[in-house]
Design a protein around this ligand. Structure first.
Ligand code: 5GP
Length: 123
């Protein structure tokens, strides 16, 4: 089954265009980060590239070096600013159907602020 192309009507594309609001925690030329609308931990931030990438593998293959550096550095800056570095946190990038990705624009979840459940309980 072919990987779907980028859908410019996905909800994070609308946030990037300013069509719907978000609770912004970080922005630079290549990256936007905002609080998840349905947080699953005391800290739950979503970090997205501004470019139209569906997944981490799409991003790693097609993004410029500048975008990849900015995204990686932003995740580090945001975790520090959120105050979760010392006690720790989890990064998650759900990808396509088996990864249960709901929004088809690359996003990394930063989850922390409490001791998280073990990974991968059976759904
Ligand atoms: P996924 O399942 O694709 O990895 O995660 C998508 C995440 O986006 C979910 O945690 C969901 O709560 C969040 N989300 C969906 N719609 C919105 C929205 O309109 N605003 C914000 N801030 N988060 C959203």
């Amino acid at each position: 089954m072919a990987v779907k192309p980028y859908d410019p009507e996905n909800i994070f594309a609308k946030i990037l265009r300013g069509d719907i609001p978000c609770s912004k925690v970080f922005e630079d030329d290549h990256v936007l980060a905002f609080n998840d609308i349905a947080p699953q931990a005391p800290t739950h931030v979503l970090v997205i590239p501004k470019g139209p990438y569906t997944s981490y593998d799409d991003f790693a293959t097609h993004a410029s070096d500048a975008e990849i550096i900015a995204y990686t550095r932003a995740i580090g800056k945001i975790s520090a600013a959120a105050g979760v570095n010392e006690d720790g946190y989890r990064l998650i990038a759900n990808t396509r159907e088996h990864g249960r990705q709901d929004v088809p624009h690359l996003h990394v979840h930063i989850l922390g602020g409490e001791k998280l459940p073990l990974m991968l309980p059976k759904a």
